[in-house]
Design a protein around this ligand. Structure first.
Ligand SMILES: [Zn+2]
Ligand SMILES: [Zn+2]
Length: 281
């Protein structure tokens, strides 16, 4: 079993509870470690990220949690940062603001350089995904998916996130309608992205949120992609991307069984001495 979660959202971004509620729940679950990774501010109006003027307060609150729960729970400082060419802050901008333990880099908005518009690929609404694809990429799914993976690669190479969040989330609202994740053009993009991750020492997050929210039948990314990553020597981190304390171990039990059945042999966890590997037994 895994007794940690390094991808969580509190009231500072789009989570539904205060940090202390996550800490108390983590202790109740027997966790040894918890990382806060609220959405980093971005240079556009939105309702999901930490407001820029609250960033200092966010870091102070994580520090307060570290002090309050010392000896009971290891607490780590992080941010889930968007990478959007021309729009997002450099990840180093955040690293320079606080003693960051690690950063999760994730793509939620796919930028089309041609018309300078963004396709929102997350959230619970398939219609929003469909409308975005039509309006921003003229319905060209291959182009949209290609931009998504190229944006991930550019993020990995230019911003060096320690962890890449929910790598294949682009598939969430596709539901095998417009493309198959077995198509060669698609698996080539995934492989190119993993090659970049290996080169820049990034960790692959396996994110359970789609499963326990009922938004996707599969993990982000799929167990097959996780296995491909393992074969390439890329470390794998399990997280639930919790937006509520009750989601802290969301789908962990069944997912660990799935990963083991797929051939995943180890998962990493963050610690005071850095990333360490645990063999799955
Ligand atoms: Zn995310
Ligand atoms: Zn998240």
């Amino acid at each position: 079993m895994i007794y940690s979660n390094f991808h969580t959202h509190s009231l500072y971004s789009d989570g539904k509870a205060e940090m202390k509620e996550y800490c108390n729940k983590a202790i109740e679950l027997g966790f040894h470690s918890l990382g806060f990774s609220d959405h980093a501010p971005v240079k556009l109006d939105n309702s999901f990220s930490i407001p820029f003027e609250k960033l200092t307060e966010y870091f102070q609150e994580v520090k307060l949690m570290k002090e309050t729960y010392q000896g009971k729970l290891n607490i780590f400082t992080s941010l889930e940062a968007d990478f959007i060419p021309e729009v997002s802050y450099d990840f180093d901008f955040f690293r320079n603001q606080a003693d960051m333990d690690y950063m999760i880099g994730s793509i939620h908005l796919v930028y089309n350089k041609t018309n300078e518009r963004m396709w929102f690929i997350d959230g619970g609404d398939q219609q929003v995904w469909d409308k975005g694809l039509t309006e921003i990429f003229d319905g060209d799914i291959k182009k949209g998916v290609q931009c998504f993976y190229e944006q991930n690669m550019q993020m990995i190479e230019e911003q060096n996130p320690e962890v890449v969040g929910h790598l294949d989330k682009i598939k969430m609202h596709n539901k095998e309608r417009l493309f198959s994740t077995n198509d060669k053009w698609y698996t080539d993009l995934v492989e190119a992205c993993l090659t970049s991750m290996k080169k820049y020492d990034a960790i692959l997050e396996v994110n359970t949120r789609g499963l326990y929210k009922g938004r996707c039948k599969e993990l982000f990314p799929s167990p097959e992609i996780a296995l491909m990553a393992q074969k390439m020597g890329i470390p794998i981190l399990l997280s639930s991307d919790a937006h509520h304390p009750d989601e802290l171990n969301g789908a962990y039990d069944s997912v660990i069984d799935t990963l083991k059945a797929t051939g995943i042999k180890e998962l990493v966890e963050y610690s005071h001495t850095g990333w360490k590997s645990n063999i799955l037994v």
